[in-house]
Every structure is written in C-alpha cells, then in structure tokens.
Design a protein around this ligand. Structure first.
Ligand code: AMP
Length: 238
C-alpha cells in the first residue's frame, strides 16, 4: 500500500491530504471522521454529538481543505471561505494550528482571531487575505461589524463545542453570524451534549442535517481508558 492509498483516501480525501495525514502518523480515521467526512464531502449539514479527543477537528477540517484539491493553489481569493467558531481562545489556537498543519499541501492561510489579542494584527492579516478564519464569537462579531471580516464568500461554517459557546453567553452572536453568512453555505455543528437550546439553533440554521452520535468510550471493568486524564493542582499566582 502506498502512503497515499490509506483509509482517508477511501473516504474521499485527496491523495496529497491523505499523504500529509500519514506523515502525521494518522493511520486510520476515527469513528467521527469515518462518518462526518463523507457526509460533509457530499454537502450535508451536520449535527454531531462528539466530545473532545474523538478527532472531531480533523473530521471538519479535512472536508474544508479537500475543496482545494485540484484547485489552482496559486490563485487565492481575497475573502475567507470557511469560518470556524470556538468557545475559547485555547481551542481557537488549537483548531487553527490543526487546520494549518493538515492544510500544508495547499498552503492554506489560516487565521485565529480571539478577544484579548490586539485587533490590529488580525485586521492586517484579513486585509492580506485569509482562507480559513477560526474565531471566538465575540471577536468575530466585532470584526464583522467593523467590516474587516467579510462573510460574502463563506461556504462552510463550523460551530465547534456549540454547547460551551451557549454556556458562555454567545447565543446571540452565533445567531447573528449565522444569519449574516450566505444562505447556501454548509453548516456543521459539534457539541458534546445535545440540550434543547442546541437543537433549537440547529433547527433554525441547519438545512436537512444528518445527525451523527459518537458515544463516549465505555471502558470495560478492570481496563484502562485509551485517553489518559491527569489533574494538576496549581497554586494561584499571588
Ligand atoms: P480532537 O478530538 O480533534 O481534539 O483530536 C484529538 C487528538 O487526536 C489530536 O491530538 C489529533 O491530532 C489526534 N487525531 C485525530 N485524528 C486522528 C487519527 N485519525 N489518528 C490518530 N490521531 C488522530
């Protein structure tokens, strides 16, 4: 088997992206990737219940990047084509780094934008041209209102950890952003839990979505979970 000929290619992922994943040591798609990648490539909106650690970032990032396969990479648009919303700056940076890493074969320009960071640098990057914007909802709204972040060319919106975003009070921002994005875009929601308010957002903003549920790992008695959890107790810095 050549490096390009792995299980990711069988899901519809372009050979150069699949090869990049092999180099990163990804040997096979995780369950969420097996289900979400083909559905996203087929153009469906998705409502996915999946926790962190399941490989959900690659599940939405790869289909977004796959759109660049076969495109002339030298010709880049001025406006972003994908917007990923995350609840925290930490997740924002982590997702942006992952998209950048997976998108290396295409030189995809990825920009993390979050509050607390000087807005000037984010504005300069947006003016130079960005393909994928990963943002916390508050800063995204700010940049949209100031007309630096333009949604005209957005074909995919991802809500990552949607339940966390609602818990942090971003419901109204999310509503406004989704209403401002082009109506014919693809919308993909990930949430660890599916309370009524999440379903309501999905009903309002997703079109005929496919539902995907990845149950939490059940660890048989006497065995250890594959995801190790460690807690560190640290002193306050004063
Ligand atoms: P996530 O749930 O997206 O935060 O991903 C959790 C971790 O799994 C990250 O460190 C990824 O790099 C890693 N990962 C994602 N997909 C795969 C895969 N198919 N094979 C191996 N590792 C993966």
């Amino acid at each position: 088997m050549s490096t390009n000929d792995n299980d990711f290619a069988a899901l519809g992922i372009a050979p150069e992206l699949a090869a990049c994943l092999s180099e990163l040591g990804y040997e096979a798609p995780t369950p969420i990737q097996q289900q979400a990648i083909p559905a996203m490539i087929a153009g469906y909106d998705l409502l996915c219940q999946a926790a962190t650690g399941t490989g959900k970032t690659a599940a939405f990032a790869l289909p977004i990047l796959n759109r660049r396969a076969g495109a002339d990479n030298a010709v880049k648009g001025a406006l972003p084509t994908a917007l990923v919303l995350t609840p925290t700056r930490e997740l924002c940076m982590q997702v942006a780094e992952a998209v950048h890493r997976y998108g290396r074969p295409y030189g995809v320009r990825t920009l993390p934008v979050f509050g607390g960071q000087p807005i000037g640098r984010q504005v300069s990057a947006l003016k130079r041209g960005v393909d994928v914007v990963v943002a916390t909802p508050g800063r995204a709204m700010d940049l949209i209102e100031r007309r630096y972040l333009k949604l005209n060319d957005i074909d995919t919106v991802v809500l990552d950890e949607a339940d966390e975003m609602l818990d942090m009070g971003f419901a109204e921002d999310i509503d406004t952003i989704l209403t401002s994005a082009p109506a014919d875009r693809q919308t993909v929601m990930f949430s660890a839990t599916m309370p009524k308010r999440i379903i309501k957002i999905a009903e309002r903003h997703l079109q005929n979505p496919q539902s995907i549920e990845i149950p939490r790992e059940v660890v048989p008695e006497g065995e250890r979970p594959t995801i190790a959890q460690t807690a560190y107790i640290v002193a306050r810095p004063y």
